[in-house]
Design a protein around this ligand. Sequence first.
Ligand code: BGC
Length: 765
Amino acid sequence: MHASLKINKLRRLFVGLTAVAAAAAATSSFAQLSDDAVRARVDALMARMTLEEKAGQITQHFVFQEVPKEEERAAKEVAAGRGGSVLLLKTAADINRFQQMALKTRLGIPLLVGFDVIHGFHTVMPVPLAMAASWDPAVAQEAQAVAAREARAVGIHWTFAPNVDIGRDARWGRTVEGAGEDPTLGSAMAVAQVQGFQGPYIGAPGRVIAGPKHFAGYGASIGGRDYDEVDLSDSQLWNVYLKPFKAAVDAGAGNIMSAYMGLNGVPASGNHWLLTEVLRKSWGFKGFVVTDAGAAFDLTTHGYTRDKPEAARQALLAGVDMEMTKPFDSQVFAHLPELVSKGEVPVAKLDEAVRRVLEAKVRMGVFEKPLVDEAEAAKVLADPAHRDVARRAAERSFVLLRNEKQLLPLKGSSLKSVAVIGPLADSAVDTVGPWIFAQNDAETVTVLAGLKAKLGNKVKVDYSPGVSMPKRANKSIFPEPKPVTVDDGKEIARAVQMAKQSDVAVLVLGEAQIMSGENASRSSFDLPGRQQELLAAVMATGKPVVVLLMSARPLDLKGLAPQALMQIWYPGTQGGAAVANVLLGEVSPGGKLPFTWPRNIGQVPLHYAHLQSHFTHAMTERYWNEPNSPLYPFGFGLSYSSFEIQDLMLSQPSLKASETLKVSVKLRNTGARKADEVVQLYVRQKAGSSARPVRELKAFRRVSLDAGATQTVSFDLPASELQYWSAAVRRFVLETADFDVFVGNDATAKLAGKFQLEGEAIARP
Ligand code: BGC
């Protein structure tokens, strides 16, 4: 069956797909080469392979260049034909060197080269959570296309991204890699990133295979602790956590990475239900599955398998196609030849995995062009157009949270002096954020550098770090902090002096890059170190204060409310230039929070799409010491203008299961300047076979409007969007019910309408 026909057929079987994802899936195809042509080439190769060569083909070696022995070990394996893939080599020269080794093996099969291209390669884009905050999937698509171009130029074929884990607990450090708490926003960002990385088909020039991860549920680890277990209801799993994965698969993702943790008692990387029943059989995934690094070995760590051979057998039979090893002796697939010989693993199962990996190589053109031109690669990395994309992406990702008395934008004409304060204001390493290995720190524009460049000689710009902040000491994946030398007490006093002598103080506060990412959870949302004291001291001067928060978490300023507050995330290579453009008003901020911002960490997890159990909830339920409500709702963000959303119109009062409701509103820019607003549409099903959340985001659009202009913003809401997995009947349903619809500019939207859906009768057992 033709690939896209098959995908369409399977799509009809699955019912929780978002409109955004569906539209995208319809335009992207899995592959350009015909299945038959690919199969013929792979068959010919496989006929010549020994069992050992087959096991090697589905083994990926971690090349940890910071640990010289590990590189040697990986090179030895590749040269001996026991490696089909490597990860984390970052230069064209190194990749060519490894490819040459592979080409000299008996069959000369080149390597498939993988890398964590999470938010840029050489040019660093804002972190993925920031791109989600743009509420503009085109931003993510364009940024990842640039990342793919740079990566492919040095010989990388495949990225371990996008991370499509839903993050509802910001203690978990990896929320930085995802798109926040919501499955609709998450699905839209998943699809956009898959398309950005892969382009129109797998193997398109200048593109790489996308590997959505970590399948599935990793974001729900208990206590926000990385690698901890996950215990999710089926309802949460289907309606929230699996949705972005399904959308990414429908968009044609060529790879999926299985997660480390246990999912409801069974390790994800040995989970037959997840990897075979759901992913392959129900969703029709055609690509290959790789484990997370060392996750096949970890089946034994989980207490799930007895030893390495059993771990290999279980991972392969569950549906893993390739083992990603870790930089220590964690390899298990090397046992497959002996397991096949003993009859413990059917050779057909091994062949299936080998076939999928070789197919990926054929589709990527790895056989035709195993080596890259190093000079050409250098030119691609230096392309100035890439920096423009990074700057625009950052500008669109900032979320303005407070702007009392319109402090922002700063009035460039009357400004004489600015005090730039804070440990993150001039830190290139922190500005790019985590999951970055191939950048040039010297090229990164910090906030201080961006402001200085923008303000030129006419404005005096002073700088003090204010307090110390732990820094990355090396480039390892889990870097150690390096001792800092700032004398906090003296520096706070100096910063205060500086603020007193300036027209405005711009503080860049937040978390060091090493406090987010893998193995970087936090049990506090306080500003690390003595930053709170610094902020209080500068605010006490009475000078206007702008706080820019650099973090991927909601931070707790403990009641301090600076005149202006803007979340700038980890904004990437061009972060400082983007900040300057926004602070000086060249660009109006228009991003929105991709998560609910709690008052403090005690409220976590806190998300808007919750179930409401008791009728007094809205009035009386509270913590003893404070309300249940967040500090800032999901979807919230200000701009330099103001907007009105009115005249909600629905195309019909009721709709059938096959129909599409059109919802429109009038958006008016009521302020004095051009700006963006994100119009958001939420629905609530009022009764169902299972309880339904108080509201759920179903559609959104970022619109740019001139001062005084009005625009009709319309959304198509197909009835299929209203399907959900009902725990009572254990399947997806589309039920006859009354619905509320809300349209506004955050999750508390008040403008409301009603409609009815004629679906199946609500059937409870
Ligand atoms: C992470 C993955 C990553 C892999 C390779 C693992 O520790 O969990 O997300 O892709 O390492 O770097």
